[in-house]
Design a protein around this ligand. Structure first.
Ligand code: IPD
Length: 326
């Protein structure tokens, strides 16, 4: 099947903005004196949540895509069945829209602004179009009850082979990513001097138990290792956890985040983001250790490219090839 990627991008952009603005309006309604309530339900566990706003946004996007692309498959976070085995691939070879109507659901519930709509199109299992719309950026914060005249959120877009872009006026004017061009080289002693974003995923089934003291100690060990201790700076310049894997990837594409590690997400969290990051010149790799992997033995095995469905990912920002001079 041949897909008109320009048409696909235009439709996905309209729908992402429409769904994103709907999320913003709903957030505004919640902080009025009469305070509209948001219905929240639990999925896998107490940190894996869905709201009626997620479901309504997904309906807008699914119906819109169906109208324009009736033959394409659709995989959306909220309409996809729960409880499938961890490493099952859910995107086939046929043109498939992979959609997270609201990435950063926990943020949205708390009115933390790193929230976005993510729409990706895969052909042959590879992301070929990516659209991310983050409605809270560029809008009054906290949402102030006055509807904005025009969409002013961050809009990230890409088509395979044609570069990645960011816009803050609904796509009328846009800048190529990464924002610093040519992108600075990665520091030779990276991760020192880098910004590192980390997300943990929401599946807690394989997280080991243990008493509270042990947990607190291991947290401080990790924080010390990464953030610094004994008066010394740590492994990186700063650690961030935005609560939206999609926006982490988008900010890696801008160059603001150098390295991103995700500990367990789904196709809809990364499909659009992978397309945008790769088009900006960044790298995403599968972070699941290969069968028989022994971390104590150094290996020259090439790192596998990130397939959708990898669950764990490592992403590196675009950089120039020349080594940093100082
Ligand atoms: C989650 C967020 C989170 C990531 C999880 C995702 P949701 O998506 O992206 O940062 O760690 O793996 O499931 O549930 O907010 O759409």
């Amino acid at each position: 099947t041949t897909v008109d990627l320009d048409h696909a991008l235009a439709v996905a952009t309209d729908l992402a903005i429409q769904a994103g603005e709907q999320l913003l309006t709903r957030a505004r309604e919640r902080i009025t004196p009469s305070g509209a309530q948001l219905t929240i339900a639990q999925k896998l566990n107490a940190v894996d949540l869905v709201t009626e706003a997620d479901e309504d946004a997904e309906k807008v996007i699914r119906n819109g895509l169906k109208k324009h692309f009736p033959d394409h498959a659709f995989v959306g976070e909220e309409s996809y069945g729960q409880g499938m085995p961890n490493n099952e691939y859910i995107v086939g070879d046929e043109p498939t829209w992979v959609v997270d109507p609201l990435d950063g659901t926990v943020n949205y519930i708390h009115l933390f602004p790193t929230v976005c709509v993510s729409i990706g199109l895969c052909v042959g299992g590879v992301p070929v179009v990516g659209v991310i719309y983050a409605p809270f950026f560029g809008a009054a914060y906290p949402p102030d009850g006055s509807a904005s005249a025009a969409p002013s959120g961050h809009l990230f877009t890409a088509i395979q082979g044609r570069g990645a872009f960011i816009s803050s006026d609904g796509g009328k004017s846009r800048r190529a990513l990464p924002l610093q061009s040519p992108a600075p080289p990665i520091p030779p002693n990276a991760p020192k001097g880098c910004t590192l974003a980390v997300e943990w995923g929401k599946d807690r089934r394989d997280v080991p138990g243990g008493n509270l003291e042990r947990k607190v100690n291991s947290f401080w060990n990790l924080a010390g290792e990464i953030g610094g201790r004994n008066g010394k700076g740590g492994m990186v310049h700063g650690v961030r956890s935005l609560g939206s894997a999609t926006l982490d990837l988008a900010f890696v594409a801008t160059g603001a985040i150098d390295i991103f590690w995700e500990g367990g997400c789904w196709e809809w969290d990364v499909c659009a983001g992978i397309c945008i990051l790769v088009e900006a010149g960044g790298i995403v790799v599968d972070c699941n250790p290969p069968e028989g992997f022994d971390p104590s033995v150094s290996s020259t095995t090439p790192i596998p490219a990130a397939p959708l469905g990898g669950r764990r990912y490592l992403a590196i920002r675009p950089c120039s090839d020349s080594p940093e001079s100082s």
